[in-house]
Structure formats: C-alpha cells, structure tokens
Design a binder for this molecule. Sequence first.
Ligand code: ADP
Ligand code: MG
Ligand code: MG
Length: 253
Amino acid sequence: MSTLEIRDLHVEINPGDDAPIEILKGVNLTIKSGETHAIMGPNGSGKSTLSYAIAGHPKYTVTKGSILLDGVDLQEMSVDERARAGLFLAMQYPVEVPGVSMSNFLRSAATAVRGEAPKLRHWVKEVKESMGELDIDKTFAERSVNEGFSGGEKKRLEILQLGLLKPKIAILDETDSGLDVDALRVVSEGVNRYKERENGGILLITHYSRILRYVEPDFVHIFAAGRIVESGGKELADELEKNGYERFIKAAV
Ligand code: ADP
Ligand code: MG
Ligand code: MG
C-alpha cells in the first residue's frame, strides 16, 4: 500500500534569463495504491508542470508545499532516486536516445529500479510477452530508443515500460494524445493490466474524456490556472464533455 501526497504545492518555472514564473498555485492531491485519478484541464493550465515537479525536473522549483511518497519527501531525492522509490513518469514528449537499443534501455531502467540486473533469460521472455500484449512488433527491441517512432509507437513503449518497471505510482501525461482508436484501446488495456497486476496508483493527465471510457477513473479533478478547482467522480468528465471548461475556468480566476 503506497500513498503519494501532494500538499499546497507551489511551483515556479525558471525560463533561463527571464524571472521565474509561478505556475502551480497550491495543488492538493492524494493518490493511493489501486486508485486512478484523472486530471483534466485546458492547455497551459499547468498539468505537465505538476508531473515534471513530481518527477523532479530541474527546471521546476518548488517554492512551497510538499510531495511525499509514503511519508518521505521527494524533494530531497534525485530523479533516479524517485524512480527507485517507485514513481514512474510517462512524458508528454518522450526523449529519443540514438544508439541505445530499446532492449538495452529497458534492461538498464529495470536494473536501476530493481537494484539488480534482471536475469537475461527471464528478461527476454518478460519483454517479449509484454510486447506481445501491446501489439508491439518484435523488431522494436533492437531499434534506438524512440528514434523515428511514431507518436502512437512512443505511447505504446511508455506503457511497455510501465508494465516492466512496475512502479507504485504512475503519472501518465497525455498518454492518449494523438492515438487512433486501436492504439488507444491497446494502451488503455496496458494501463488496466498495470492496475490489476500491481494494484498501482495512477495519475492520468488528459485533455479529453475519451480515454476515460477505457480506463475507469475513481476520481476526476478539474485543473485550471495552476490548481485543482473541483474534484468528483466520473460524472465530472461527462459534464466537461458536454459543456467544456468555461465554468471551471471562471471559478478559477
Ligand atoms: P499544460 O500541461 O496544462 O498544458 P504546462 O504545465 O505545460 O500546461 O504549462 C503551464 C504554463 O507554463 C503555460 O502557461 C506555459 O506557457 C508555461 N510554461 C511552460 N514551460 C515554460 C517555459 N519553458 N518557459 C516559460 N513558460 C513556460
Ligand atoms: Mg499541453
Ligand atoms: Mg501538458
């Protein structure tokens, strides 16, 4: 049983030469094992900033509040330590790593997270099975990480990582963006398998209620202007679908 607890989180972005800008303005959120939380919000409301801040991206500075995983403050930890502690972040824009094959990349990631290298024979079998479940072609194992992958292929590979790394809490930032119906179904099934097998806690960030037809949320949070402005159940997503964000944006300012 794990808990990710975000308390009154304020985050600034440091654009470099310009003065820092406050993006997150007091986010409160608690995610437990087995729970799926959807965060929905308009473009630019700070959803990705929230996921980067949790993951420990150096460009984002926490100026107030706390992020605790099972009572331990993540702010004291490096990005790698956070992963070892059981956090997983699927990036909205996954990176390309030329010259490193998917299979080596995945094994290094698993080694880092598990603290020892998975036995090669078991590992190959595990990866093969997981790739099969996600309809990922065998040839992908030998291709460079994300190089030349289509948007949908990158998303499938994120979910492949999710299944292999078995985190306690997974943050999926727009995992549904740019997917066709078939890919959306395959990716959603992967998320649901992770839920069932690992009893994982999920933070699912999305613009659209489309993915919530496949991945059932226990809680839906509306995000606007850097914080959660309303929380509820699945019916909130249905309301959004019908009426858009206007009501929530008005309430936020
Ligand atoms: P969302 O994921 O909800 O679309 P983001 O967290 O990506 O929102 O962005 C929140 C706000 O932070 C936006 O107004 C965006 O323009 C701003 N922002 C993000 N990255 C930078 C940056 N590198 N420099 C300046 N502003 C940024
Ligand atoms: Mg965006
Ligand atoms: Mg975003």
